[in-house]
Write a protein that binds this ligand. Structure first.
Ligand SMILES: *Cc1c(COP(=O)(O)O)cnc(C)c1O
Length: 812
């Protein structure tokens, strides 16, 4: 594109004038962001149309990754990296008096997701394009993404995320590709000589799904895939016709609003389903638009429908898009005229499903009445799938009523979306070894016993391009200086770093880079919060959604405990630490919000107390997001991954930290188990109950938090401070609910049970950190072993085991 920086500078200044009407001297960073985005789009568009043409001509199989969430973050820096334009453009901008990093700040952080699940989808898109696979995302273009978190007096306040108020330069609106989606109405079977022949759907409400396409640029190849985000609009003619039947002058606008509401908000609950009508509308909106568009793309190949599964794979990210199954059945039967058997074969061979959690509160079920009124035809099809499924079970296991009842898709007045997903797809995968084992042996055991061949594991991953090459350039440079650049294409080569395991000078350089990143973060913290932190202290970081099972409370109680130790014994030998938190709580999650308040209270007490605050500080960084994660992770020494064992399906934050040389302090949960397997006991701080122990306690009910409280002085003393007169409670009852949760309600997440083990492990960390050589060696081994967690590895496994696709010919 730009062979040198002079050429770039010329093009940039022309673009600035052409689209912003400004000369260089008066251009702001926003002008520069728009001009740069527009220049890059020209280059991207060339490869985009080439890629699409290639996919059409070769007729190769296309993967459609359906996800209600895509937590993309900013794209400018990542696109520059993948397009190999970073150096030319950075230097060119410098000479023109702009700073690339400041221009990057002008882009809004696309937060169309809650956390891990949405970020996984974003990492997968990057890997699909970078490996040259024909894989695309289908999602919703929420007008407001994940809420903006503000902390006021220690309490979380949610503001709408107005991410579109700044122009998002990457999207292209494509009204010519719009799809009609139908809700409500009535369904009749048209009979011919007593045989139901065709389904007639009428009196429905119609919503127009308009695609906004975002190009997904592959790394150093010419592949540009598509993230297609659907936006709901009313078809004004249709709406007007409807409204004219109703009285009242507002009915047109009201009706229009009620349709457009569908793509307005992202539901801000992570691992928790609310079961709201609008949410079901959102799910069907995505699914119907996506399925119809995938079928339309297939029809452009002019092949018989029976070949659909050889040319399209529909993947569902958790059960949120599970209606893909009945929707594809509907399109194939009602619109394309196929019979049930053929439609079912096509559907099952095209659809695959990823399970993300075993938490019961996260399992989606929809009341039968709601599905029937909102989606009458889909409801009929689900019922038919259920009846046929139960019938085959009956033939296989005659008389086993209990088995059939527990496997049924429709039962107890609800539609069970996980059951629908399993029955309607050919592959079901968990997201880490432990999680898949728990699915097979416990949570989905009866399904596993029925369809063992469908179950498989795909341990999650993260894109090393964003999380290492983009977020930590000095570290990337050091790695390449030592082992060459192959690791960028094949991250397994990071293992070659192990040759430096005992190299004093290399480990010293590694330590220096961490130090530099910590200084940058300390500076950022000063600007963001006003707090001054010591960059030579241990940076101990706990960033993720706030949830009971993620146990931010355990971390907070440990800080209270350390504070007590320092107050009681001012000579208590403690390696200085900076505790850093970032976490959003779902707006309706009362307990999680109390924990946020507790962290702020603890921070207040600690940070204001001159007796301790030369040795500890507590920082809460508000509005945790992808761009904040990119700043924090490279500067971390200790990665807090302390979920109650068995509860965190995989985690992906743990992988980002490992790749950036932080040491995991974690339970044997999710992918922490696999980190442990890769690095060995000496390079991870593992503590706490095992998942088997936790599950055994749940089964036999023998855990008593009261007993731990009675026997463990450190735990009792700390817990009591939540409600008794103490610097943390100040005699108020703010933390009574937390106290009750731990004692009256028997501590569902085993915080007290793991408290002692956590304190002891933290104290070992304090000792080990003082030996810089030892610590840097731990850091090195973690980086070297982290290649497995590149999402490139994960995507290659999905490609060969589930989707049966090969890299496309476009890959250079
Ligand atoms: C990676 C990431 C997550 C997931 O973190 P976990 O620790 O695995 O829960 C959540 N939010 C953001 C912004 C992320 O980048």
């Amino acid at each position: 594109m730009f062979s040198d920086k002079e050429e770039f500078k010329r093009a940039f200044s022309e673009k600035l004038e052409a689209i912003q009407g400004k000369k260089m001297e008066s251009a702001t960073d926003v002008d520069a962001y728009r001009a740069l985005g527009s220049l890059m789009r020209e280059e991207i568009n060339r490869n985009w149309s080439q890629t699409n043409k290639h996919y059409m001509d070769s007729k190769e199989k296309q993967v459609y990754y359906f996800s209600m969430e895509f937590l993309m973050g900013r794209l400018l820096g990542n696109n520059l990296l993948n397009m190999q334009l970073l150096t030319v453009i950075k230097n060119g901008l410098d000479e023109l008096g702009f700073s690339l990093s400041e221009i990057e700040e002008e882009e809004s952080d696309a937060g169309l997701g809650n956390g891990g699940l949405g970020r996984l989808a974003a990492c997968f898109l990057d890997s699909l394009a970078s490996l040259g696979y024909a894989g695309h995302g289908y999602g919703i273009r929420y007008k407001y993404g994940m809420f903006d978190q503000r902390i006021i007096d220690g309490y979380q306040v949610e503001l709408p995320d107005q991410w579109l108020s700044r122009e998002f330069v990457w999207e292209v609106r494509r009204p010519d590709e719009a799809i009609e989606v139908r809700f409500g109405g009535k369904v009749e079977m048209v009979n011919h000589k007593g045989v139901p022949l065709k389904c007639k759907h009428f009196d429905y409400e119609q919503v127009r799904a308009i695609p906004y396409d975002v190009p997904i640029v592959g790394y150093e190849n010419e592949t540009v895939n598509t993230l297609r985000l659907w936006s709901a609009e009313s078809n004004d003619d249709d709406t007007l016709k409807k409204a004219s039947h109703q009285s009242g002058s507002d009915s047109f606008l009201e009706h229009k609003r009620s349709l457009e509401e569908i793509s307005e908000f992202l539901y801000p609950d992570d691992s928790h389903e609310e079961g709201r009508r609008l949410r079901l509308k959102q799910e069907y909106f995505l699914v119907s638009a996506g399925v119809q568009s995938a079928v339309r793309n297939f029809e452009r190949l002019e092949l018989p429908l029976a070949l659909f599964p050889e040319h399209a794979a529909l993947h569902i990210n958790d059960t949120h898009p599970a209606l893909v199954i009945p929707e594809l059945m509907r399109v194939l039967m009602d619109e394309k005229g196929l019979g049930w058997e053929e439609a079912w074969r096509i559907t099952q061979s095209s659809v695959s499903y990823t399970n993300h959690t075993t938490l019961s509160e996260a399992l989606e079920t929809w009341p039968v009445g709601l599905v029937r009124t909102l989606l009458p035809r889909i409801f009929m099809i689900i019922n038919e799938i259920n009846e046929r499924f139960c019938q085959t079970l009956w033939e296989k296991h005659p008389g086993e009523f209990d088995r059939i009842a527990s496997l049924a898709i429709v039962a107890d007045g609800v539609v069970k979306m996980a059951h629908l997903s399993i029955v309607g797809s050919h592959s079901i995968n968990g997201v880490a070894k432990l999680h898949t084992d728990i699915l097979k042996e416990r949570e989905m055991k009866i399904f596993y016993d029925t369809f063992p061949e469908r179950f498989n594991n795909k341990t999650n991953g993260i894109t090393h391009r964003r999380w290492l090459m983009h977020a930590n350039k000095p570290l990337s440079r050091l790695i390449s200086e030592s082992i060459g650049e192959q690791w960028m294409q094949k991250p397994d080569y990071l293992q070659d770093l192990l040759k430096n395991k005992n190299d004093k000078s290399f480990l010293h350089q590694l330590g220096n880079i961490k130090q530099q990143k910590k200084e940058e973060l300390a500076e950022f913290i000063r600007g963001y919060t006003g707090l001054v932190v010591d960059p030579s202290s241990i940076f101990d970081v706990h960033i993720k959604r706030l949830h009971g099972y993620k146990r931010q409370l355990l971390n907070a109680l440990h800080i209270m405990h350390l504070y007590n130790e320092l107050k009681e014994n001012p000579n208590f030998n403690m390696t200085p630490r900076t505790f850093i938190f970032g976490a959003k709580a779902a707006p309706s999650y009362h307990f999680a919000k109390r924990v946020i308040k507790l962290i702020h209270t603890v921070a207040d007490v600690v940070n204001r107390d001159p007796m301790v605050n030369d040795r500890m500080k507590v920082v809460f960084l508000e509005n945790y997001s992808v761009s904040l994660a990119e700043r924090i992770i490279p500067a971390t020494n200790v990665s807090e991954q302390i979920s109650t064992a068995s509860k965190e399906a995989s985690g992906t934050g743990n992988m980002k930290f490992m790749m950036n040389g932080a040491i995991t302090l974690g339970t044997m949960d999710g992918a922490n188990v696999e980190i442990h397997d890769l690095v060995g006991d000496d390079y991870i701080y593992a503590f706490g109950l095992s998942s088997d122990e936790v599950l055994e306690f749940y089964r036999n009910g023998s855990y008593s938090s009261r007993q731990v409280y009675n026997e463990d002085d450190r735990a009792r003393h700390t817990i009591d401070q939540l409600i008794h007169n103490s610097p943390f409670s100040k005699g108020e009852m703010e933390f009574r609910d937390i106290y009750d949760n731990l004692l009256m309600y028997n501590d569902e997440y085993f915080v007290l049970k793991d408290f002692a083990s956590y304190i002891d492990t933290q104290s070992q960390i304090s000792k080990d950190f003082l030996d810089a050589h030892l610590w840097n060696k731990k850091s090195l081994v973690n980086i070297a072993r982290s290649g497995k967690f590149s999402s490139d590895r994960t995507i290659q496994e999905y490609a060969s085991d589930i989707w049966k696709i090969q890299p496309s010919g476009i890959l250079k």
